[in-house]
Design a protein around this ligand. Structure first.
Ligand SMILES: [Zn+2]
Length: 116
């Protein structure tokens, strides 16, 4: 986290959400990779690539803060990446509750926030 005094609070809110989302996505990709690609400590090259892609999209996102990619009306992932991400989410989504309950609920909270 960097200290940035020259930005508006609105921007900071967006970056805050982006950071949270990126963190959650990272955990989910790692979880998927560990089990399905049998990588030990770090995610495999393919999954790192997926994460970097997801992160850059998250930070570039112009949707309201808290918007999740899965619920986005204007998805910006390309076909291949979207499919890969969907596979990861399908695997890791339900498992988040048991392995990372705090992150799971944080993700849920972000989702609920945008439904208000
Ligand atoms: Zn992998």
């Amino acid at each position: 986290m960097t200290k940035d005094t020259g930005t508006t609070s609105e921007y900071r809110t967006g970056a805050y959400y982006a950071e949270q989302k990126a963190g959650i996505v990272r955990v989910m990709i790692d979880m998927y990779c560990k089990k399905n690609h049998r990588s030990d400590i770090k995610s495999c090259k393919e999954c790192r690539e997926l994460f970097e892609y997801a992160r850059s999209k998250t930070y570039a996102c112009r949707q309201e803060p808290g918007m999740f990619c899965s619920a986005c009306p204007t998805p910006c992932y390309d076909q291949v990446m979207r499919e890969r991400m969907r596979t990861v989410m399908r695997y890791s989504g339900p498992r988040m509750l048991y392995r990372h309950p705090i992150l799971y609920f944080r993700r849920l909270k972000l989702r609920l926030l945008r439904k208000k």
